[in-house]
Design a protein around this ligand. Structure first.
Ligand SMILES: [Zn+2]
Ligand SMILES: [Zn+2]
Length: 387
């Protein structure tokens, strides 16, 4: 069996922890009960615990019995989403409108499982820093990773390398995917405000039409990826919200359009921002409305260091049935990217089984697969025990 035998022995207990966490989900920076649960478990294993790191974050430190100065950081995220769960199994959420729809209940459980095993065996050199992070779903610079770093995570708990994992629906149980270099996208966001005086719908000649202006902008935004970015650089510019107008016979005085921009190379969003500005300025000139762009950089690209990706691959090969070292990149963002900006390390995806019946991330029918628990816990442990 590739998973660690001792970890397999407490698979049932890990499943119970996971069900408890799933039934009691908490939103970003409100993970009080989750943090208490984590801290209590770590202390019961004899691990030194610091609470309140970056809001509701919890950090545990454990020293091994082998000689060495390596300090390795392992991170799990703890927060849930504002989604009303549609599952009706016994461990469904008891917190109305809040749900573990991204599997962070599983991530937290896997890291706790690794902590319990490593505290029992201590068969490693140096020390391990267990990082239980809040507010991954809030993301950006206000999210848990960036905040923990701002509040001294890596100065108080020095880490030479840092590792994390996310469950991946659609990948088989017992499989793992990791790659060196950019693996998950950078995330920026834009908001365009189109304004004019507003007027009677039957007298459009009396002013500028912000709805028509917004329509031109929506179409023209698609030329950013088609005509302003190097065709070899991937980028997505999506308008996801448009707001404006209250009455059927009034041309309103304001319409707002906003959405995300995802890319891998920093050159792509750097070219997108001035392109959007040129587009809205040109359209404003043609319709007579005023257009203003607010542009925000939110997530860096998630980039795995080459050395850490090799360490992750080796640990993965010792645990999983299959390791894919060239998975397709995804335009999904992940705030572990902030930790990887600060420290060399590696993020990987662990198979969560079939993604049918809406068992996909952020779905009201999602559930982390308990069968993945011993694989993730064993992988974390293998990273620490690596020679
Ligand atoms: Zn998520
Ligand atoms: Zn997630």
């Amino acid at each position: 069996m590739p998973i660690i035998n001792r970890i397999a022995e407490f698979h049932t207990e890990m499943s119970q922890w996971r069900h408890h966490l799933h039934a009691n989900p908490e939103l970003s920076y409100q993970e009080y009960e989750t943090a208490r649960f984590v801290a209590q478990k770590l202390r019961s294993y004899g691990i030194e615990v610091t609470e309140g790191v970056g809001g509701t974050g919890v950090v545990g430190v454990l020293y091994g019995n082998r000689k060495g100065a390596r300090s390795i950081g392992l991170r799990a995220d703890m927060d849930a989403l504002a989604i009303e769960e549609r599952n009706d199994f016994a461990h469904r959420s008891v917190n109305k409108g809040v749900m573990h729809a991204c599997g962070h209940d599983g991530h937290t459980t896997m890291l706790l499982g690794a902590a319990r095993y490593l505290a029992e065996t201590k068969n490693f050199a140096g020390r391990v820093v267990f990082i239980f992070q809040p507010a991954e779903e809030m993301g950006g610079k206000d999210g848990g990773a960036a905040r923990m770093i701002r509040e001294g995570l890596f100065t108080k708990f020095q880490c030479d390398e840092i590792y994390g994992i996310h469950n991946w629906p659609g990948m088989d149980i017992g499989t793992f995917a990791v790659k060196a270099g950019p693996m998950m996208a950078s995330g920026d966001s834009f908001e365009i405000e189109v304004t004019a005086t507003g007027m009677h719908a039957a007298q459009p000649q009396k002013g500028a039409d912000v709805v028509l202006t917004a329509g031109h902008i929506l179409v023209a935004l698609q030329q950013v990826s088609a005509r302003n970015i190097d065709p070899l650089d991937a980028i997505v510019v999506s308008a996801t919200q448009i707001h404006g107008g209250d009455a059927y016979n009034v041309l309103p005085n304001k319409v707002t359009i906003c959405g995300p921009i995802r890319a891998f190379s920093p050159a792509a969003p750097a070219a997108a921002e001035p392109a959007i500005r040129r587009i809205i300025d040109g359209i404003a000139l043609s319709t007579g409305a005023q257009c203003k762009l607010s542009y925000h950089q939110q997530y860096p690209t998630l980039i795995n260091s080459h050395a850490a990706a090799l360490t992750a691959e080796a640990a993965g090969l010792s645990v999983f049935n299959k390791v894919d070292t060239n998975p397709p990149q995804t335009m999904i963002v992940e705030d572990f990217a902030f930790m990887l900006e600060d420290r060399p390390g590696c993020y990987g995806w662990i198979g969560n089984g079939p993604d049918d019946n809406a068992r996909i991330l952020h779905s009201a029918w999602f559930d982390f697969n308990n069968d993945a628990l011993p694989y993730g816990a064993s992988y974390f442990a293998a990273l620490v025990e690596a020679p």
